[in-house]
Design a protein around this ligand. Structure first.
Ligand code: GDP
Length: 437
């Protein structure tokens, strides 16, 4: 099969595994390969999502500050991650079909809302497809990885606990000022399984203790960027391996970036961090500890931060546009959500009594601020967005935009290596021209 012709017709290799891509590239003639290097949407011209409903999605157009150099210049493809000896049993059994009891139960019968109708002869049954998908996903469970970043003391852990009503930071050890001066940025992970009405969510919180704490914070975004890339790399390898059934997806779906309420807008560190990461992850900016500001101050700070985000060319997560047939209420809510950026939040792990009700809030000598009161802060908006309305979209953008860009860059690096290898071995070309085996 002439695969290079297929590529020139701008199709993709059929076998998308690492080895498949390598073969595909090796079989391609020189003209095709050069065209590929020029045209392929890699670091110079990253993948852009199709213009679906989200006209204003963050489109990754510039080279990322640090291209992941998976294969460097060693002219060797790293071997795919073969299963270890101890994995062999699992690997062999993985190809066997799932036992009937392990598979989702048949959706026919009771679940089919139209099945009983004798009159409806036109009914084929694919209207049950959403039910089938729903059952399967509920059975499988959901996962979501949320990163929190920003200077320590801005209320990240308090907010995460308030958002998910769990104590995710039980074992946290707070460092003294002296220790923090020397501390480098660490990445820590806390995972928790939450269940609500029979739906299971595996939530992973990735924290970045030490971020912005040192005297010199130059490039303290680097370990965070590396962590995100490592998760993409792991996923790329798993996806290119032989057993793709139980891939664990650790890709970071969203990063809540905490901005101090005490500065005048963004600090250089905030700009640096967001610019370095906006092509890797969905950034949602947060104005921390909003109870330390008056309402006009909150508005002013929000406006300033929005202007600076625009001015510095930072692409934070963009909410998809509403469908035109949505009802007016929904459209207004959606508009309010978009105008709330950066979300001004208050966190608290204590329940206090306010106007005869027990609420999550902060008690001051002059009154109570309620975390879940929309008149006091944007906590409810943030939680609704993150959990109820946009969790799936955050995952989709991670997969379709951020991961695709990473993948495209990897494939481009591999292509460059093949070209380099060919240029170093002219005998290989002549062998191909002569058609020798
Ligand atoms: P982290 O280091 O960013 O995780 O910050 P923590 O969540 O540990 O919070 C640091 C301190 O700020 C604690 O004393 C919290 O009680 C307090 N805090 C957390 N959230 C808020 C908030 O929204 N407003 C105010 N005023 N204080 C807060």
């Amino acid at each position: 099969m002439d695969r290079s012709r297929g590529w020139q017709g701008s199709s993709v290799p059929e076998d998308r595994t690492e080895a498949g891509i390598k073969h595909f590239l090796e079989d391609m003639d020189d003209a095709g390969l050069n065209k590929f290097v020029k045209d392929f949407p890699g670091s110079e011209n990253c993948h852009q999502p199709e213009a679906k409903t989200w006209g204003s999605r963050p489109q990754v157009l510039e080279p990322r500050p640090q291209a992941p150099d998976l294969y460097q210049d060693d002219l060797e493809f790293r071997p795919p991650s073969w299963p270890q000896a101890s994995d062999s049993q699992q690997y062999c059994s993985a190809s066997a079909p799932l036992s009937p009891s392990a598979r989702p139960r048949s959706p026919w019968g009771k679940l089919d809302p139209y099945d009983s109708s004798e009159d409806d002869k036109e009914y084929v049954g694919f209207a049950t497809l959403p039910n089938q998908v729903h059952r399967k996903s509920v059975k499988k469970g959901f996962d979501f990885t949320l990163m929190v970043a920003g200077e320590s003391g801005l209320g990240k852990s308090t907010l995460v606990n308030s958002l998910f009503l769990t104590d995710l930071y039980r074992d946290r050890k707070l460092l003294s000022a002296e220790e923090r001066i020397m501390q480098t940025v660490e990445i820590t992970k806390h995972a928790v399984d939450i269940e609500e009405k029979g739906v299971r969510l595996r939530l992973t919180i990735v924290d970045t203790p030490g971020f912005g704490d040192a005297v010199n914070n130059t490039e303290c975004w680097k370990p965070v960027a590396e962590y995100i890339d490592q998760q993409f790399e792991q996923y790329f390898r798993d996806e290119s391996g032989l057993n793709r059934k139980n891939i664990q997806d650790n890709r970071v779906h969203c990063c809540l970036y905490f901005i101090s309420p005490f500065g005048h807008g963004l600090r250089p560190l905030d700009v640096e961090f967001m610019k370095a990461l906006h092509q890797r992850v969905n950034i949602v900016p947060i104005l921390a500890k909003a109870d330390t500001l008056t309402p006009p101050e909150v508005e002013r700070k929000k406006r300033k931060i929005r202007e600076e985000i625009e001015r510095f060319g930072i692409k934070v997560y963009q909410f998809p546009d509403c469908d035109s047939d949505e009802d007016e209420d929904f459209k207004l809510q959606d508009q309010a959500l978009k105008e709330s950026i950066p979300f001004a939040v208050i966190g608290s792990n204590t329940v206090v009594e306010a106007r005869g009700r027990r609420v999550r809030g902060r008690l001051y000598p002059w009154g109570i601020v309620e975390v879940e009161n929309p008149g006091h802060c944007d906590f409810v908006k943030l939680r609704t967005m993150l959990v109820r309305t946009h969790m799936q979209d955050l995952k989709d953008v991670t997969r379709e935009t951020h991961y695709e860009n990473y993948r495209a860059q990897c494939i481009q690096s591999m292509t460059r290596l093949v070209v380099k290898e060919r240029n170093r071995k002219p005998w290989a070309q002549s062998k191909q021209v002569l058609g020798s085996p």
